[in-house]
Design a protein around this ligand. Structure first.
Ligand code: CP3
Length: 362
């Protein structure tokens, strides 16, 4: 078997990151690899920063800390994508929605939005004015990573952001946003439109400052039944993609919606370039259902990283074989779980060099 080492050994001299080539459908020797939530709590080096800087908002809004944390996994594992350390909620304060992320509790929105008047108070987002540290950090990351990997930005999708600001934080039953959706849909639509306009602008801003691909997280859209997804999420995602493609036609957009097995055929209708699958979908079936235009990302169960090294290798090979050659970004089906052994993460990344054409890249 011919090992997929070519891209690794030439990584320093490549003009274009492997991830961008793979998304476009170029002939690549192996799939690019990065992990959702690769910067963060499973790394000891991150926990050490948390001790010194206990506030999440400080860690995610200070240029030096953002750059340092984003580069922690890059320095150790050399992933093919380096994601900005930030949060989907970061734009909220710039939209006049005060929030915090509290240890042990998660996101907290101080004044949840429930009424027309609340939605009226939401300001449209001006990234340059409100989050200049994001642009500065992305620019530094691009220099540091120097095209050896793709620098990835991200945003929250309108429905997912709306669910946080209406519920007031994380939620189990999503009863407050559903009450709004099903009794005062106009109010929710007005809020979704504000997030849509703002997030399209935010993606453009991230791209202008160095992001080479941007992932849209619609983590909670799958709490909606398909008809409701078609009303409250899909049109807004499509509008974001349309708006961004007008100014940045070559910027790859990745859509992640966990638990989207019931919606797969609808996701490419958004116009995104890549759909990120969770692990409840078989990769081969997912590929078939998504069609051949769109690239796929994923979709290994994050829990696999608690298994033996042999087991991790076998699951990587299985996923790569099922994804077929090209248009695949190897990733987990959701973020790395706290407590994942760092040596298993290292093993996951090392394995990419062993992915051979024989094991599925043909
Ligand atoms: O992937 C990366 O390495 C980039 C960092 C990143 C964070 N949040 C940092 C973070 C990304 C991509 C996100 C996105 C995000 N934030 C999503 C979408 C992804 C998904 O998992 O579906 C969502 C839903 C959020 C909202 C949010 N922020 C939650 C639910 C939490 C967890 C709360 C908790 O205490 O467990 C956060 C906090 C957060 N964002 C942490 C990190 C590393 C953990 C808190 C910390 O490190 O102090």
């Amino acid at each position: 078997a011919v090992g997929g080492t070519v891209a690794d050994s030439k990584a320093v001299s490549v003009a274009e990151p492997l991830l961008l080539k793979a998304v476009r459908g170029d002939d690549v020797d192996r799939p690019p690899v990065w992990l959702m939530r690769q910067a963060g709590r499973y790394m000891k080096s991150y926990q050490m920063i948390c001790e010194k800087h206990p506030s999440f908002r400080e860690r995610s809004e200070n240029v030096d800390l953002v750059v340092e944390i984003s580069l922690q996994p890059w320095k150790v594992f050399k992933p093919d994508g380096v994601i900005l350390f930030s949060d989907i909620l970061t734009p909220l304060s710039g939209m006049n929605i005060p929030f915090d992320i509290v240890k042990g509790k998660g996101p907290v929105i101080f004044d949840p939005l429930r009424t027309d008047a609340d939605v009226d108070k939401v300001r449209e987002f001006d990234p340059k004015e409100s989050v200049p540290y994001v642009g500065e950090a992305l620019t530094i990351l691009r220099k540091e990573v120097n095209n050896e990997a793709a620098v990835l930005g991200f945003v929250g999708a309108p429905f997912t952001l709306a669910s946080y600001v209406v519920e007031g934080g994380s939620s189990k039953h999503f009863s407050k946003i559903k009450r709004l959706a099903f009794s005062q849909p106009k109010v929710l639509h007005a809020l979704l439109q504000k997030f849509t306009t703002s997030m399209a602008k935010y993606i453009q801003y991230q791209a202008d400052n160095g992001a080479q691909a941007v992932q849209i997280f619609d983590s909670w859209a799958t709490e909606l039944s398909p008809v409701d997804f078609e009303e409250f999420s899909l049109p807004y995602l499509k509008q974001i993609v349309d708006t961004v493609k007008q100014t940045h036609p070559d910027l790859p957009l990745i859509l992640y919606a966990s638990g989207s097995g019931g919606l797969l055929e609808r996701l490419p209708l958004t116009g995104v370039d890549v759909v990120s699958l969770d692990w409840t979908v078989d990769m081969a079936e997912g590929r078939r259902r998504l069609g051949s235009d769109v690239a796929v990302q994923g979709n290994i169960d994050p829990g696999v990283l608690f298994g033996s090294k042999e087991f991790i290798t076998s699951r990587i090979n299985d996923t790569v074989r099922k994804a077929g050659r090209g248009k695949h970004i190897l990733n987990l089906g959701h973020g790395i779980v706290v407590g994942t052994p760092e040596e298993n993460v290292a093993h996951f990344f090392e394995n990419r060099r062993k992915i051979s054409r024989e094991c599925g890249m043909m």
